[in-house]
Design a protein around this ligand. Sequence first.
Ligand SMILES: C[S@@+](CC[C@H](N)C(=O)[O-])C[C@H]1O[C@@H](n2cnc3c(N)ncnc32)[C@H](O)[C@@H]1O
Length: 241
Amino acid sequence: MADVTDHYENLLAGVYTWLYGGAEPRIAANRSFFMEHGIAPHLSGNAVDLGCGPGFQSIPLAEIGFHVTAVDFSETLLMELEGRRGALPIVTVRADLLDFTRHTPDTLELAVCMGDTLTHLPDFEAVERLLADVFKKLEAGGKLVLTFRNLMPEMPRTSRFIPVRSDDNKVFSCFLEYEGEYAIVHDILYTRGVGGWELKKSFYRKLRIAPERVMNLLERIGYSKASLREEGDFVTIIAGK
Ligand SMILES: C[S@@+](CC[C@H](N)C(=O)[O-])C[C@H]1O[C@@H](n2cnc3c(N)ncnc32)[C@H](O)[C@@H]1O
């Protein structure tokens, strides 16, 4: 079974920001998201970005005054974030996000795990452990923000072939299969080389997470005022302590 780390290093990390049409539109969208949800530092100002990638959340959080610990296991994406952060208060950490407690201050005002990172975890027990560990570190009045895709409904037949992005030199598409509690994501990248089009392909598993299961889990752990918003298959959950 393909490992998520290898999948990012061998295929996805090098084209990740290109897939989103560049960093600035994503950073701008997250600036608006945090503003819309009233997310700004009022307590310690310590924040952790779990699965930060190239910094689409870390950058706007640091701009509004959070001290961000940005955790990811992709060296390529962390280097990209390093190149983008300038003087912003962001510390990058190359580690498994499940070990974030070892790399963050004693207390946190904010934890974000956004842009579908949650589905990269190996199983629901890992989700339970992560959300319980975040709760322990959150200050009273602190917040957790999760955004991920609901992969529970199966896409039928040819709709599982998804054109993601293309330009004159690259074509990226993906194909989904379902295996019980996982969606197998096959990523297919064609790059124009001197001798013609070159193909890279790789796959990884994503966890199918039912939003209601996360809401029940948050309540069980002790989070308060959890809100759930679903737009298409995109899920946003914000919870407090
Ligand atoms: C879909 S990307 C999201 C990145 C960013 N938050 C965004 O919104 O674009 C998922 C990120 O999580 C990282 N990741 C996945 N599982 C991880 C783990 N267990 N520990 C650390 N990083 C992980 C990947 O390297 C990747 O950068």
